[in-house]
Design a protein around this ligand. Structure first.
Ligand code: ADP
Length: 453
């Protein structure tokens, strides 16, 4: 059993650790896999583009090997002088034989064949005398050729396939292809994969966060449940034990003959019975609040007598702790629309806590005053106070400040959530100010009856 409990306690952090590790593993693997894939894609794109360029260069070289022809240089002006027509038998250059459009078509076809349809490229034909002497070029070639950082250049010689003795001696032209923004184009080709992987990683992370959140909630709920059972057992066990002792005493002959003692012990039984009834009420109230079945009987009531009546019920407890109360009920208008029963309970809960969470020599100050259309009620104590975390969470159902060295007062953690619900249904507001070790101050604001109508 102990081993099982230990395992259950450890299993939660273990699950989180395992999931975190596997998630980190998946992310690291994915990143390295993408890096490798991008490098591979770059190599692939380069070699395919090179293949396509070589194929076109080969095609062009066949043309270059065709029979020499009579070359008549083009002249812009129409001169009739015979020296302007030097005729020579030379192979025609590629730019003389093909148009820019034809070369682009050939290259595009070759690119398409290798699944590079989307890849953009620029091209040029360099003259046979000099690589920098461009005979023909595509529209953006000149600008792209300058950017050697981002672009990839492929230069393939167009060697004439003469089959003659001249082969190797004849100077040849070059086909230059540039793939602009090479890396960007590779990234773009992988875009959907990257977006998909990212989206699924985010989904997995969200699912993980949700799982952890649910597990933590479950854990908290189970803690709340066991706390509640512990508190309830304690709260009922004490009066039951006292009643049992009182009943034993009542059975005693000596006691039976003494009416004063009889009165005393039956009084104890009555008191403890009241206490248990109060606990049952609190739990039932919480259940009602859960089902939102708060039966309200709203009518015009005066708040001052309600506050005084509620405080009266705590006289004994105050005496026990050597307490005093200062009343500053200065509100000129204290008429509100309220359910008297729930409103009284709400004020009682605030007094109850002020006494419960205080050491001896309690001083409770109660103020009422008007601000505009509201009645303000302030209950201040000089008790143990609360830290920031508690003040923030005080209205959560079942929430109780950690006991230990702060206080060992038992309770169900239901009182303040009831207070908040009652104030909400009265369209009011509650504010808490507290300093640990110094005391707490609760300010309740409820709309005045005149303003409600
Ligand atoms: P319970 O008193 O049964 O524990 P409550 O809902 O009434 O439940 O209060 C919730 C928690 O708020 C308490 O456990 C206590 O820590 C804190 N608290 C409430 N009122 C006071 C107060 N006046 N002074 C100090 N702590 C308080």
């Amino acid at each position: 059993m102990l081993l099982y409990l230990w395992a259950m306690k450890k299993i939660f952090p273990l699950i989180i650790l395992l999931i975190t590790l596997s998630l980190l593993g998946i992310i690291v693997l994915q990143v390295s896999w993408f890096r490798d894939m991008i490098i591979l894609r770059q190599q692939q794109l380069y070699s395919k583009a090179e293949e396509a360029t070589t194929e076109v260069a080969l095609e062009l070289s066949k043309q270059a090997s065709s029979a020499p022809y009579l070359k008549i240089p083009r002249k812009p002006n129409l001169s009739l002088l015979p020296e302007d027509y030097p005729m020579s038998f030379e192979r025609p250059t590629i730019s003389q034989h093909y148009s820019n459009f034809e070369i682009r078509e050939k290259l595009q076809r070759s690119f398409n064949l290798r699944n590079l349809k989307e890849v953009q490229f620029e091209f040029a034909i360099a003259s046979n005398s000099n690589l920098y002497n461009i005979e023909m070029q595509s529209e953006n070639f000149r600008t792209e050729v300058l950017d050697e950082v981002h672009n990839k250049q492929i230069i393939v010689p167009v060697v004439p396939d003469t089959g003659s003795l001249l082969e190797g001696l004849v100077p040849y032209e070059h086909l230059i292809v540039i793939v602009p923004d090479f890396k960007t184009q590779v990234w773009q080709s992988l875009m959907w994969m990257i977006v998909g992987a990212l989206a699924f990683t985010i989904i997995i992370l969200a699912a993980f966060a949700l799982t952890v959140y649910t597990l933590l909630r479950q854990k908290k709920l189970s803690e709340i449940k066991s706390d509640f059972i512990n508190n309830m057992t304690h709260e009922f066990k004490t009066p039951l034990a006292t009643i049992s002792l009182a009943v034993d005493a009542l059975k005693n002959d000596k006691v039976q003959q003494n009416p004063e003692k009889m009165q005393y012990f039956s009084g104890i039984i009555k008191e403890e019975n009241k206490r248990m009834n109060k606990h049952v009420e609190t739990i039932l109230q919480a259940a009602l609040l859960d089902r939102q079945e708060l039966n309200l009987d709203m009518k015009k009531v005066k708040a001052t007598p309600i506050i005084e009546k509620a405080l009266n019920n705590y006289q004994l407890q105050l005496q026990d702790k050597n307490g005093k109360v200062e009343m500053h009920l200065k509100a000129k208008n204290d008429e509100i629309i309220a359910d008297e029963n729930h409103f009284t309970n709400m004020i009682s809960n605030l007094f109850d806590n002020a006494i419960k969470y205080s050491k001896d020599n309690i001083c409770i100050k109660v103020f009422t005053w008007n601000t505009g259309k509201f009645l303000q009620i302030k209950i201040e104590d000089n008790g143990i106070g609360m830290n920031k975390e508690t003040t923030k969470r005080i209205f959560e159902k079942f929430y109780r400040a950690h006991t230990g060295n702060i206080h060992n007062v038992k309770g169900f953690g239901l009182g303040m959530s009831y207070v908040k619900t009652v104030i909400d249904v009265h369209k009011g507001r509650i504010k808490v100010d507290s300093t640990l070790g110094k005391g707490s101050c609760f300010t309740v604001e409820v709309p005045l009856a005149d303003e409600e109508q």
